[in-house]
Write a protein that binds this ligand. Sequence first.
Ligand SMILES: Cc1ncc(COP(=O)(O)O)c(C=O)c1O
Length: 383
Amino acid sequence: MPTTPTALAEFPGGARLFGLSPRVAHLNHGSFGAVPGPVARARRRLLTEADADPDAFFLAAPDRLATARGRVADHLGADREGIAFVTNATEAANLVMDTLRLRQDDEILVTDHGYGTVVSAAASRARLNTVALDPALPDEDAVHQTVLAAVTPRTTVALLDQISSPTARPIATPRLLADLAERGVTTVVDGAHAPGMLADPLAGRPDFWFGNLHKWGYAPPGSAVLAVAAAHRAAVPAPVPSWEDHRGFPRAVEYRATTDYTGWLAAPEGLDLLACLGAQQVRAHNSALAAYGAELLARITGLTPLPGDDSLAMRALRLPPGVARTHDEATALREEIAARLGCRVLIWPWPGGGGIRICGQIYNRPQEYEHLAAGLHSLLAGR
Ligand SMILES: Cc1ncc(COP(=O)(O)O)c(C=O)c1O
């Protein structure tokens, strides 16, 4: 076991900012995020306010949403009128597909690293052209070439991950987006992990981009944004046509009659907190922790680190052949790791043998990865 590098000193006050159970090692921030106390409290204050005077709260909601959206846009480097609050990446993907008014014979290019619900949104509207990306492809160039080579004359849309979920792999790079646009392909980027994780989440300015604020942006669950290039904004339908419909994007997308807006209104607090902690320091800390965890896991026989991006706070490794080949096998292993080791990780299925993804966050400690690695070693050896 390598000694814990001093660079991995605790992030000052990191763990205390969250209300996470100390009985569990939460090494899976990338799936659902976690809400820091100050953000949760800001949301509770908004709920109290709504309960105290519902008329005042709901009548002011559209304008307050616009203000909150502006703060989020400033953090993301987006145009204040070019993004809209949405509930999550899955909703955004469906909204984009409705905007595009696809015909059944239009072809949407996706990869086999795409997130299930997002790919389903495309599959239900048009034909998929699914590019197989070997998780072991060595570098960005190889991914770039493989995706571009799959474009056909019928490819109208490419729906690509900015950072893939299971394999933590950058795919929709600015260079790839530019090359796709040059071929007349409309680009849609699933940036679920980008807000908070990347310094320039909208890099490459695709036609459509969506990102969750509730993962790496410390916002309450159900907070995401959809960014739409100016040329497409008028075509975006309102998910729930209501009183702001006549105002078009983004207000028509955001205002959904009487519902709970407190998560969106509190979302800027999450990004403010990240900025206050020092976004660069947080990212450096998180990626160093994830790298340390991956290094420990890679010492287990049969586990192979996958190429990714060293600056990210997520790392993926292939599991030994024959482990987690199917969804059911992956779920069973994930649950066994949770029950026996008290660790939350993502286990992803893949034909022949799946993989494990771990994350680093300011509430994590090196000892948690050491515990996971030691436990996983015994658990796999016992199979
Ligand atoms: C790449 C990617 N896209 C989409 C999603 C779906 O996010 P949501 O559940 O917020 O819709 C996830 C969730 O982990 C993801 O990792």
